[in-house]
Structures are given as structure tokens and as C-alpha cells.
Design a protein around this ligand. Sequence first.
Ligand code: AMP
Length: 528
Amino acid sequence: MGHVIGIDLGTTYSCIAHLAGDHPRVIPSLEGFPTTPSIVSFTRGGETLIGDLALRQAIANPENTLFAVKRLIGRKFNSEEVQNARARLPYKLIEAPNGDVLIEVGSQQITPQEVSAMILGYLKKCAESYLGEEVRDVVITVPAHFGDHQRQATKDAAAIAGLNVMRVINEPTAASVAYGLNRKQNGNIAVFDMGGGTFDITMLEIGGGVFHVLATNGDSYLGGEDFDQRVLDWLLEDFRKDHKADLSGDKLAIQRIKEAAERAKRELSFTQETEINLPFISASSGGSKHLRKVLSRSILENLTADLVEKAFPLVERTLEESKLKPDQIDDVILVGGQTRMPLIYKSVSEFFRKKPNDKINPDECVALGAAIQSGILSGELNEIVLLLDVTSLALGIETEKGGYERIIEKNTTTPTKKTKAFTTVENNQRQVKIHVLQGDAPRAAENVSLATFDLVGLMPAHAGIPQIDVTFEINADGLVKVTAKDVLSGKEQKISVHPSSGLSRPQINVLIQKEREKRAKEITRGKR
Ligand code: AMP
């Protein structure tokens, strides 16, 4: 087997790592940076730019620069997450015929999976250039609270990019592996993970090479971008007051302010005050206008205090589900760039009554953990490490009158399976429909529909006579599989599956072929 790499495909930045001997190492991007912006841009000249190059021209081309696509992947157009994103993103989102999200760029419509595949393809290229050999096998990370659709869509994106996903692991679990590998101590740890788009909190017990996730929770709408938005809104409001002008409809100005807001936010993690200076932010018959404003750390903290607070009820719930008290946590790991904010550090320290571990690089530890896992799977690493992760969402089925019966409970260690017996309710019924959902809400409609499974071709019999055992399985990647067996004949029961979302196998094959041809062309061009 060739080199296996670990990929942290982040909302705002991505990072890749590999195992060098017994140690994981970050692989730099082609531009020489440890992380790569998760951005794809389509230029007016017909070029596709990825990573730092895409970021650099985002200001000049906001409608065709796609960022934060991870917020859209595997989600329904009508979901709250997508509708929230739609209000903020400068590029256009439309509804796909199956209710998924499509991104409209010029005259073309592309899926979030394809955009993520472009980023993954670029990361593959970085790894190949660095390692000097083709890379195919990867371990890829996802937020712990990602459901089946988001996990499957991420896997599909990797397949389109020509990658074989050996394992999908949860980001906080990967971070804990990077943390725990060289420290042979036992104990309970909390992973507080706030990146660009999402927040995850996970409690684990580590001991004797076993990483046992006790409980995990997350918020797919709490991350660095929400902090940037607060600064952006504050600047717009101020500009409105000072200049009697509204910049909110000016995409170019918004993009410039958004970048400046994010930069200022980062600087304020290290200084008390920073100046935001954007000359010629707008021009009208009345002349050019400039945006100039001093932002202090305390103003930033006032603007965003509620966002920081929003994380803690989830932390409390996760502790409760783990049957732990804050003082039973031996170490706290901060993951994700947003945790560099001093207010987060302070709030986490106060909550757990201890300083978080500061020996871990929050931008790199997830990719490093994925690289360690890749070494375990490929047999390169001799350490004995066992990952016992959990499912962050319950799995269940729709019952009468829109009810919901949970079959696999949230926080169950994966892989896991549960079997339930089904029968018919009418004489000579030939088919039984099972609607599988994911989530913790009491009603079916409030959970995410995964698919309907029809048990077809049942033998004619009186109602209640056929007995079909249906097995619901969540594998180590957190993906759901349903199989069925006819108890009387002992034979596998036929199922026809109607997924509620995602790309079909033939669609994925077409996209894989398209990407393959594109890469082959690039190689031929490169050889000339
Ligand atoms: P990640 O997804 O882990 O790469 O995190 C990216 C997020 O972290 C972005 O929203 C960044 O603005 C934010 N971030 C990065 N560095 C800092 C910093 N020094 N202070 C505050 N936020 C930061």
C-alpha cells in the first residue's frame, strides 16, 4: 500500500498530514502553507482557482468565489442551515430537483460535493508533490455531529476527487488521538472544537491506548464566521450612521469589509486594539467614501459574548450524558482557529476550573490525528490504538401518525447494529415500507429523513404471519446501512432503497470520470 494521508476538510481551512516514521507531520500546500483555504473560485477567464489563489481574488470576484461549502454539503435546500447560509453567502444557491442544494456559478450549476471534490483534488496534488508519489487512500475527518447525509456526501466528494476513503472519523476524536498518542496518561478529556463554521464538544476517556468517546454534541451554526458577521454588521451600522449610506447591497464592499473584519478579529486575539482601514469603500456622485474604525478587544467581546455563551449549554449536556462533572475532566483540548479568541479561552477555563492544554496546535491537530489513524489502518504504525467512537444522532423509524421510534440511541458506541422484527398489517400484503430517520426529536417530521426502504416481494399470507427481521447498522464511518431477513425462509429479504438526498451511483461515476479526464489533461499539459 502507498502512502495514506489524513485530511481535515474544514469549513474555512483544510489541512493534510501523513505519518513520517512514528510521527504525524503536516504536509504544506503547494504555496508552502500548513493550511489551505477551503475556497474555489471561477475566474472570468474560465480558470478554476483553489485555496490561497482563490482567496486572493475573492474581493474582485465575490459571486464566483465559493467558500464555506461545508455548511451546505449533504443538506436540504429548505433546511435551516442552508437558508441561514443563503442570507449571507454572496454566491447563489438554488434547489435541486431532489430538494438538495445546487450552487449557480455563471451558467453552470454545481453540487457542494463537486466543489469539495475540487478542494480535495488540490489537497491530493499537494500531498503527491510533497511525497513524490501518487496518493489514493485517505482518512478524512468530519464534525462529530454530521449525520449520514453529510458523511456520505463527503465520501462522494472524495471519490469524485479520485480518493479512496479508508475511514471517516470525527474531528474531535482525531484531535484527541493527536493529543493522546505521546502522552501515556489515563483520564477524561474534553475536546472543545470551534472552527470556521461549526462547534463540537466531545468527552472522552483515554487509557491504555483506548480512546473511548463518552458523549458528543454539536451546533452546525456556531463558528468563526458568525463572529466575523457580528463585526461586519457593526461596521455597516457605523458606516450608515456616519455617512448616511448603506453598503449592504454592495457585494464588493461587503467582501472587503468581511475580510477586514476577520483579520481584525484574529489580530485582537493578540492585541487590545486594531484599526480597520478601507479606503474608497464606496464612490458616488457625492465623492469617494472611506471606512476607518478602531476595534478594541472589549468591543469585539461585547459584540460576540452571546455566541461564546451559546456553546456552554451544549458542554453541560455533554458532561451530563457522559455522567461527569466539570472537575472530573483531567484535560481540556481546544481545537479550531476560533478557540484562539481570549474570551473563549477564559470562558472554557472558568467553566472547567482549569487552563486548557496549550501544547496542541488547534489548526493542525485534527489532520495529525487523521494521519495517525491512517497509519493504524495501513499497518504503518506499531502503536496499539483503539478508537471507540459514538453516533451523535439517534437512528429510528417513522411510526403511525407521524410518530418516531428510536432504534439506536444517540451516543451509542459505533459500529453498532440493532434488529427489529416487522410484519404485515393486511392479508396478502406484498410490501412493507420503512421510513428511516436520524435525530432526537419526538416527531418523525422534525428529524432528518434518510431513506425509505421497501421490503418487497413478500409471500402472500395472512396479516401478521410474515416475519422480517430488519437490521439497522451504523458502521465505523458513522454511515447507516439497513438489511433484512425473512425469518421463515432464512433468506435475505429484498429491499428497494429510496434515498432522500445525495448523488446516485451513476451520477458519481460520471463525475469521477470527468475529474479523471481533467487530471489526465493537466498531466499531459504538464509534460509538454
Ligand atoms: P478552522 O476551521 O479550524 O481553520 O478555523 C477557522 C476559524 O478560526 C476562522 O473563522 C478564523 O477566523 C478563526 N481564527 C483563526 N485564527 C484566529 C485567531 N487568532 N483568533 C480568533 N479566531 C481565529
